[in-house]
Design a protein around this ligand. Sequence first.
Ligand code: BG6
Length: 257
Amino acid sequence: PVLKELVGLSNLEEKIRRFYGLQKVVVVPGNCEESPLSKRELGKAGAKALLGVMRGGDVVAVTGGTTLAEMAEQLTYPVNGPLKGSWFVPARGGLGESLEIQANTIASNMAKRVGADYRLLHVPDLLSREAYESLVHDPNIQEIVREIRTARIIVHGIGNAVDMARRRKLDEATTDGLRDKGAVAESFGYYFDESGSVVHNMLTLGLRLDDIKAADVVLGIAGGKSKAKAIHAVLRFGQEDILVIDEAAAMEIVRVL
Ligand code: BG6
């Protein structure tokens, strides 16, 4: 039965890989919405996939979220020694997450675990247009933003649009607006509709869509049946190279392909 399960999972991986034209898909057993153990496996698979593509001198931009936090926990010290000269940075700042799952926290945790360096981006949550304009012109902020925008590797979580709007305490009108525009997915503070078009963008600093397009490796990691639509939308956006998901999400994606 174990072998059969493995064959089943690799079929799922191959189907999804081919359908969306991805470089690599990893499907871990189970449903991480129901089992912390599956979430740990997901994190472990994400960590392995990241170490598989990293090389000296990399800039790796990471998002926040509970899934990325688990992935950071599961990163182990590289067998070939520390990844000196590589940098972890937050993909975007000030998205309104709680401290433990902020991109800054994840970037520093990941860096420490693999012996790399990190730099943080301190941007307050929910920026006003005026605050944004003054931060954009701050030389220290400019310097780190410039570095973030050169990231060769981007690692990001994927969320349901409305869930993420709630978690970030967006006001009622913005959340309704998202629904009206058909937003189903959120990643990096960008909201996507089912066809993968960006329908809303949080006003903050860090990676822009062009930087995501220019990156060598975009690695998405997410799990749970309820995220299938969101994952599909982000894949439609078309910038993903490596996808790490759980069986529950994979089954649901394949069911509606
Ligand atoms: C956010 C990321 O912090 O976490 C998003 O910026 C992502 O890219 C979201 O959509 C996912 O969160 P979780 O907790 O479901 O992994």
